[in-house]
Design a protein around this ligand. Structure first.
Ligand code: SAH
Ligand code: SF4
Length: 410
């Protein structure tokens, strides 16, 4: 059973809508410290105060999680009014919140239009587990790549998300989970990092993060900033289908953990499943992985491998996988294929997945099988697709029937 809170009625939307959303004012969220300083100076903050104001704002936005200038108590009323006249720090509109029977949550956020474009909607998923909670963040609306087994790949790219919109997913999720300190915490107090609901983030939602490198970089550097959101870079994982030049840049300029959507161990098959392989074949991809900075047994690359029945799930594939990864500190994440209406692929038999996992385990690799989460709310890997192409009722019913028929284990 899942719970869905539909916020699409006008009344419900009004209740959920942050006071200043929809305004055309630029947001202060997602700016680097330098950009924030420049914005404040342009709004009339005296030059000698800028550095201190940047520090104060950083604390309010990223430690305390406030979304209204009125809550920034150590900033004078006059300055708060000036800031509110020029900028916004409001959250996006939450169109829908769904809570799966297994505790997974999925939000549909709406971001205002940028320039001539229309407003866009994107999905973010929260997965609570024993001892940690992971937020799965989107980097683009749709995707230009067309991996043949991925639902997002069937949707055209609408646009890149900005750093503000990438961070807004984290900030709004933390609001909804009660993961920011309450208003009564004394100003300037250090808030403990322990016991956080969102302890990890993965760039594994919609889109290819390395096709939106600059905005993703800005957002992740802010998420890992020690005076703000303070997420350790070891708890941030960026997943890519294999955009080789930007893998090198990720290592040098961002320094988060890397996950590679591998899915096939031969170029001919990977060309079909993950077409970017035609541009950056396996040899180049593996070279970039070997060169990724800071790898060790404690800092391994995750290789994602979707289990497709009779396509890539033989023991010969497992053998080749072990050979391919030799010398790279790696863990292999086996993902049971999540079906979607219109796909020709099927998930491998459970026993086949187990045999595959046993083989690579015996070769010394951790190979957890990713338990499908939130399937009842279409929150599982590769099932994300935004409102702009929301499923018709008939498609949803077909999907449910597929899951009951073939994937009762979920
Ligand atoms: N574009 C990036 C990140 C998003 S996809 C990438 O491709 O890495 C997150 C993971 O889910 C990827 O490994 C992707 O290949 C996988 N995935 C996509 N569709 C899937 C499906 N239908 N079932 C299972 N996993 C899927
Ligand atoms: Fe895009 Fe990743 Fe889906 Fe491929 S798997 S289509 S890169 S979102």
């Amino acid at each position: 059973m899942s719970i869905s809170i539909d916020l699409s009625s006008p009344e419900a939307r009004d209740a959920a809508r942050p006071a200043s959303s929809g305004s055309a004012k630029p947001s202060l969220v997602g700016l680097t410290r330098e950009e924030l300083g420049r914005a404040l100076a342009e709004a009339g903050v005296p030059e000698r105060q800028v550095k201190m104001r940047v520090q104060q704002l950083w604390h309010w936005l990223y430690v305390r999680g406030v979304s209204d200038f009125a809550d920034m108590r150590n900033i004078s009323k006059d300055l708060r009014a000036t800031l509110a006249g020029h900028f916004t720090v409001a959250r996006p509109e939450v169109v829908e919140e769904q809570i799966s029977g297994d505790g997974t949550r999925k939000w549909l956020f709406r971001f205002p239009s940028r320039g001539a474009g229309k407003p866009v909607e994107i999905e973010t998923v929260y997965i609570p587990e024993e001892g940690r909670g992971t937020l799965c963040i989107s980097s683009q609306v749709g995707c230009t790549l067309t991996c043949s087994f991925c639902h997002t790949g069937t949707q055209k790219l609408v646009r890149n998300l900005t750093a503000e919109e990438i961070l807004a997913q984290l900030l709004t999720a933390r609001d909804r989970l009660g993961d920011f300190p309450d208003r009564d915490t004394p100003d300037g107090a250090i808030v403990p990092a322990e016991g956080r609901k969102v302890s990890n983030i993965v760039m594994m939602g919609m889109g290819e993060p390395l096709y939106n490198f600059e905005e993703v970089k800005k957002a992740l550097l802010i998420a890992s900033d020690g005076d703000g959101l303070s997420l350790s870079k070891r708890r941030i994982t960026l997943s890519t289908s294999g955009v080789v030049p930007e893998i090198y840049r990720t290592g040098e300029e961002i320094g988060v953990m890397l996950a590679i959507s591998l899915h096939a161990v031969r170029d001919d098959l990977r060309d079909m499943l993950v077409p970017i392989n035609k541009k950056y074949p396996l040899k180049e991809l593996m070279d970039a992985c070997r060169a990724y900075p800071g790898l060790s047994n404690a800092r391994r690359i995750t290789f994602e491998y979707v289990m497709l029945r009779d396509v890539n799930d033989s023991i010969a594939d497992a053998k080749e996988l072990v050979r391919l990864l030799r010398g790279i500190p790696a863990k292999i994440n086996l993902i049971p294929f999540n079906p979607w209406p219109g796909t020709n692929y099927q998930c491998s038999e459970w026993s086949t997945i187990e045999k595959f996992a046993d083989y690579i385990n015996a070769a010394g690799y951790a190979s957890p099988i990713r338990t499908p989460r939130g399937r009842d709310i279409l929150a599982a890997c590769g099932q994300l697709k935004s409102e702009s192409e929301r499923l018709k009722k008939s498609e949803r019913l077909a999907l449910e029937a597929m899951m009951i028929a073939g994937h009762g284990e979920a």
